[in-house]
Design a protein around this ligand. Structure first.
Ligand SMILES: Cc1cc2nc3c(=O)[nH]c(=O)nc-3n(C[C@H](O)[C@H](O)[C@H](O)COP(=O)(O)OP(=O)(O)OC[C@H]3O[C@@H](n4cnc5c(N)ncnc54)[C@H](O)[C@@H]3O)c2cc1C
Length: 489
């Protein structure tokens, strides 16, 4: 395989523009040309408002400062995700998945100790919201600057910002619709033909065309591995609402369990993004919209709802022939942990590393495909674990999720070791990087859902939640108000 001199990206959603920026930034000095084609007739998905901390590395790589992109995208800081209503265990009805930082070392270790005590039947406090700084910053609405934070943003505005930046780097931008794909005899893509009659050829094509996978699936016929057996949700409804007058802007995502899925609430500087992710096997679209409107309350009155379908799973090979799929075209895991942009970024970074390290051999392509599939499976398992651990009894949806036996051997083994009071640390280590999520995230999820024995004995040495909370409250007071920080005060 020869190194690419000209790369054509089909699709101008977040995936297309993130990819264009990263490839052009990295390879412009090698004389690699990048063209991005997007259709004026086919819109972008227009949702995707939360990130993981990886997005900070993305902007840092490109040398873009927060003060330049955040105001342009109505962005806010994100310290954590809160999950009300997933568990019914007393004291664990709402837990927090924090982003971790150095400041968590001491109380974090006490949390791990307490979680282990409780797992083995001792009455130690072990709800992560009482032990991690990010949870306290969210409670006090303080900007998590100085910790490992993430962002919320307007997806459309982020796309527009990245477009301007990419064009500034020299990416050629074509607005036209691909009508036909021309193949070479060896099965590679030779060129794409536009509705306007133009033809664009390239050495390498990146499929960022969204759920349909115009190049990777529709043209090359790469099989799609559905996660439907693992993750039931296949629909979403989104409703924006205004901010509450006089309220300080929060710095957390709230993901509340509803009757047939969960609802997100994401704060931006100009509005809230709200949405409901649910399964069409359990509820109709109309009923789901009613449920979401009820959850959002008066603010949703008169607001237009957008209904979306989700294809959950990923292609078997993310790089096939001379085509790499990135973004929704490569796959999607429902947005519970807001991982899609992270997977886009990591996939492109892996691709760059494979290209640069591999003298463009087939071996590198296989290694890339293995690693990207592992990343998807790792994220999938972490998301599936939320459903396995839920304790709701109110609907068939939650009962079926809990009873679902279609989980990976790896997740089954993690659950088993945790429940037996076995060596959870060793089990996490055994799976290593394939887990995608690190030790604190797994502890926070299992403990946060209250996955502990019902019968508990006293644990005299355990640090109580009250003591931990007091210590957090003192630490958090040193941080600036999130609202004032966003307003530049
Ligand atoms: C309900 C929901 C919530 C989500 N929440 C999050 C979140 O919180 N965090 C997160 O990271 N991600 C989230 N995502 C995922 C995120 O929205 C996407 O991963 C991201 O926007 C990238 O989308 P994309 O660019 O792959 O596809 P799209 O936005 O669908 O873009 C596809 C592009 O392809 C172009 N195109 C298609 N066909 C043609 C053609 N024939 N010719 C030319 N151009 C063509 C279109 O014009 C468009 O520009 C969410 C997704 C959903 C469904």
């Amino acid at each position: 395989m020869a190194p690419p001199k000209h790369i054509a990206i089909v699709g101008g959603g977040t995936a297309g523009w993130m990819t264009a920026n990263l490839l052009r930034h990295r390879w412009a000095r090698l004389g690699v040309d990048v063209t991005l084609i997007e259709s004026a007739d086919i819109g972008t998905i227009g949702v995707g408002e939360g990130s993981t901390p990886f997005l900070r590395h993305f902007f840092r790589t490109l040398g873009i400062e927060e003060r330049d992109w955040m105001p342009a995208c109505d962005a806010t800081f994100k310290s954590s995700i809160r999950f009300p209503g997933w568990s019914t265990v007393a004291g664990y009805e709402s837990y927090v998945h924090p982003f971790f930082s150095e400041a968590d070392r001491e109380l974090g270790n006490l949390f791990f100790t307490n979680a282990c005590l409780r797992r083995r039947g001792q009455a130690a406090d072990a709800n992560p919201r009482d032990f991690f700084l990010a949870a306290e910053l969210a409670r006090q609405r303080r900007a998590p600057l100085g910790t490992d934070y993430a962002y919320h943003f307007d997806a459309g505005k982020l796309g527009a910002f990245l477009r301007t930046h990419a064009v500034g780097l020299g990416v050629r931008h074509i607005v036209d619709t691909v009508a036909r794909v021309e193949l070479r005899e060896n099965g590679d893509i030779a060129a794409v033909h536009m509705k306007s009659g133009a033809r664009v050829d390239a050495d390498l094509f990146v499929d960022c065309s969204g759920f349909k996978g115009l190049l990777i699936t529709e043209t090359l016929g790469e099989p799609f591995l559905s996660y439907r057996d693992n993750l039931f949700n296949d629909r979403a409804i989104a409703i924006p609402t205004p901010l509450v007058d006089g309220e300080d802007i929060p710095c957390e995502t709230v993901s509340t369990a509803l009757r047939h899925g969960w609802a997100w609430q994401i704060p931006l500087t100009t509005r809230y993004g709200n949405g409901y992710v649910y399964s069409s096997d359990f509820v109709s679209d109309d009923e789901a919209e009613r449920e979401l409107r009820e959850q959002v309350g008066a603010a949703a009155e008169g607001a237009t709802a957008r209904r979306l379908r989700m294809r959950v799973g990923c292609v078997k090979q993310h790089w096939r022939q001379n085509c790499v799929a990135i973004g929704l075209a490569q796959g999607f895991i429902e947005p519970l942990e807001a991982t899609a942009l992270m997977l886009i970024q990591l996939s492109v970074e892996q691709f760059i590393a494979a290209m640069e390290g591999g003298e463009f051999e087939r071996r590198q392509q296989d290694a890339f495909n293995r690693r990207v599939s592992e990343m998807f499976e790792g994220v999938r398992d972490y998301v599936v674990a939320h459903y396995q651990l839920n304790t709701r009894r109110d609907t068939d949806y939650w009962r079926a999720n809990r009873a679902n036996k279609n989980i990976s051997d790896r997740l089954a083994s993690l659950l088993d070791v945790w429940d037996r009071g076995g060596d959870f640390e060793a089990e996490l280590e055994r799976h290593g990087a394939k887990l995608m999520y690190l030790r604190p995230s797994w502890y926070c999820l299992f403990a946060g859902m209250g996955r502990f024995p019902a019968e508990l004995r006293a644990a005299p040495q355990a640090v109580t939640a009250a003591v931990a909370r007091q210590s957090l409250a003192n630490m958090a007071r040193a941080f600036r108000s999130h609202h004032r920080c966003l307003m530049g005060e």
